[in-house]
Design a protein. Structure first.
Length: 249
């Protein structure tokens, strides 16, 4: 496994691409409301990324057709934006966005409530986001990839939810997906050791019900096997001598 450690100047470049991703996600969060289609979010993101002088990371990646992944309710990840998918009160929408600037990638995701959502859905979003920060807190030199996954898994399962197994976080840099893989479950102390200059996209994907996932006929959209809601939060994080640095904040 060839894990690429980045220099301080490379991390600075990744901070710039990460900042674009964050600005896009912040703007989209404000756009989310009943009656908005996922294609409207897509068009807004496309324009913002281009206006920033960056390139969309997802579009064309293995022939993926869009700039964003927009996954609603029981959709876990890789939902494809569409004019036909219109947000309704009570929905939750996961928005995943990536951008590349000067050859370096940024990748982040948020899950946003549409109007009033159920108490279970609200708790799902809170726990998933909290599990992301729990993992980031462990993203320190000398810890392991397994420490990150264990941190997510412990919090998620203590709250009665489950961690998706089929999809994992990843290293990120001059390519969107680099080594190592970063599962959201695992054993403390297992897996590759974290070293200075590693940059990881840490991204808990959490189901309200069971962990099982199925990919639909479009070959992209992954949904929960039991139809339960799913949430997804992600940051790109650098491992530094001063602790974890979130590049997509």
């Amino acid at each position: 496994m060839a894990i690429v450690c980045k220099s301080a100047s490379e991390i600075e470049k990744m901070r710039r691409s990460g900042k674009i991703v964050r600005q896009v996600l912040d703007a989209l969060r404000d756009m989310v409301q009943p009656g908005v289609s996922t294609m409207e979010l897509e068009r807004a993101a496309d324009k913002m990324i281009r206006d920033a002088g960056a390139k969309a990371a997802f579009k064309g990646y293995y022939d993926y057709p869009c700039v964003l992944c927009t996954s609603i309710n029981q959709e876990i990840v890789h939902g494809i934006p569409s004019e036909k998918r219109v947000l309704k009160p009570g929905d939750v929408i996961s928005i995943d966005c990536g951008a590349v600037l000067d050859g370096y990638y940024g990748d982040a995701a948020i899950t946003v409530p549409v109007g009033e959502i159920s108490p279970v859905a609200r708790k799902l979003l809170e726990v998933t986001e909290a599990s992301l920060y729990r993992a980031i807190e462990r993203a320190r030199i000398g810890n392991t990839v397994g420490d990150l996954g264990a941190a997510v898994q412990q919090l998620v399962e203590a709250n009665g939810f489950s961690v998706v197994r089929e999809f994992v976080g990843h290293g990120i840099g001059t390519r969107m997906h680099e080594d190592p893989q970063v599962p959201n479950y695992g054993t403390p102390g297992s897996g590759p050791k974290l070293r200075e200059g590693m940059v990881l996209a840490i991204e808990p994907m959490v189901n309200a019900g069971k962990p099982g996932a199925v990919v639909l006929e479009d070959k992209w959209t992954a949904v929960t096997e039991d139809g339960s809601y799913s949430a997804h939060f992600e940051h790109s994080v650098a491992i530094t001598g001063n602790g974890p640095v979130i590049l997509t904040e």
